[in-house]
Design a protein around this ligand. Structure first.
Ligand code: GLY
Length: 408
């Protein structure tokens, strides 16, 4: 078909007119009935617990009239820069090849823009890199070498992200867990087998810890970090930080950054760089984000599900609980598998209402917490779907099984 200049202008003009009509239809009052109408009384920041020390930096940005995404960045670059936080950025726990690979994404409510990067090596502040993708490209997501190259071109310094402490912890994992890695079958597979728990397994478990302590000493892991390193080997963390912010004008932003699941396969991307899973912000409704097992969260699009639940009128807590129950539903046939799933959601509505929810409460002496600053900085306990503690992955004999006991 031949397209003339006149025909092209006529077609695109009609397209433009019908688009204007569609947008009008979408903003009919009936469709927006559940949207929060009140503005927050004060600005609110909510984050994973490891953001606590940096909440004041974020709040200072808001108090001086700064942008909400800049406030988020002030919070989450704190743990990214900290070599002792091994869940994100510098010092993050590496993949199975002993290489640190980072993921992050962000959304800016007022402009409704988004940016994301996955599998990035040698750049510490991947949250800022995701923001740079958002601000300086027409794309939303860059991965691997392309994301790294873009970062260097945009002036991000090349840094060695592997600290000696994280390398030694990797070595402890490699030398003790070489048969229990991330190669399948995964938890969701019908071929998944629970570990054999016959015999005196707790004795076996105790012996294993003892062996690991000796090995940790040989590797040169500092005595005060030895048990923590063993814990990371037996219970590979998927530690992450999410932060969501609303200012007094009701403007919102959110972002998530992580080194991902410890000892993962090279190239594995979790939920953190996935807009709608690890983080999601809708300027009309609210903002939410996640920490925990990325694979589970991707399958329920957790952050997006939560924001859409709030759009339909659920409270932040109800919205988060519903997302957790969708993960539970994915294991209806085998509820015992839920003991290996760890998930927390951080939820902020446009009017300033917020909630932190989690799959497992954690032990009574260390309940699962999140951090808040609404002018007063504090930790709050998350509301748990189940009482108890999740188990590490891969499954191993001797770990205590927990029977899912739902709170509500
Ligand atoms: N939630 C972080 C990850 O699974 O990578």
């Amino acid at each position: 078909m031949k397209v003339t200049r006149r025909g092209f202008i006529a077609t695109t003009a009609i397209g433009g007119a019908s688009l204007a009509l569609d947008l009008k239809a979408q903003s009919k009052p009936g469709r927006a009935a559940a949207l929060p109408s009140a503005l927050p009384k004060k600005a609110v920041i909510i984050s994973a617990a490891n953001g606590y020390n940096y909440l004041d930096r974020g709040y200072a940005v808001l108090s001086s009239g700064g942008d909400t995404l800049d406030a988020v960045m002030q919070v989450i670059t704190g743990p990214e820069d900290d070599p002792n936080d091994d869940s994100v950025g510098l010092g993050g726990l590496p993949n199975e090849d002993c290489v640190v690979e980072l993921d992050a994404c962000c959304m800016h409510g007022p402009t409704r823009m988004a940016g994301s990067v996955a599998g990035v090596r040698d750049i510490k502040n991947v949250s800022l890199l995701a923001k740079t993708v958002m601000e300086h490209t027409g794309h939303v997501m860059l991965v691997g070498e392309g994301a790294q190259k873009f970062g260097f071109l945009m002036g991000f310094p090349k840094e060695n992200l592997l600290t000696e402490r994280s390398r030694k912890t990797w070595q402890l994992w490699r030398e003790t867990m070489s048969n229990d890695d991330w190669w399948g079958p995964g938890l969701a597979s019908p071929k998944f087998k629970f570990p054999d728990t016959a015999g005196n397994v707790s004795e076996f478990y105790d012996e294993r810890i003892e062996r690991m302590e000796k090995l940790a000493e040989k590797i040169g892991i500092a005595p005060e970090f030895r048990m923590a390193a063993i814990e990371r080997v037996l219970n590979p963390p998927s530690g992450t930080i999410h932060c969501s912010v609303v200012n007094e004008k009701g403007e919102m932003s959110g972002a998530t950054t992580t080194s991902g699941l410890a000892w993962k396969l090279a190239g594995r991307a979790g939920d953190s760089p996935i807009i709608g899973a690890g983080s999601y912000t809708d300027q009309d409704v609210g903002s939410a984000g996640a920490t925990g097992n990325g694979e589970e969260n991707i399958k329920v699009c957790g952050a997006h599900t939560i924001v859409e639940n709030m759009r339909r009128g659920m409270s932040p807590q109800e919205a988060g609980m519903d997302a957790l129950k969708r993960i539970v539903r994915n294991y209806e046939g085998t509820p015992e598998k839920l003991q290996y799933v760890d998930m927390s959601y951080y939820i902020l509505r446009k009017d300033g209402a917020y909630a932190g929810v989690c799959m497992w409460s954690g032990p009574p002496e260390h309940p699962r917490r999140f951090a808040v600053n609404d002018g007063t900085k504090r930790y709050e306990n998350a509301v748990a779907l189940y009482q108890g503690q999740s188990l590490g992955w891969p499954p191993m004999p001797g770990r205590k099984r927990l029977a899912p006991k739902q709170k509500k």
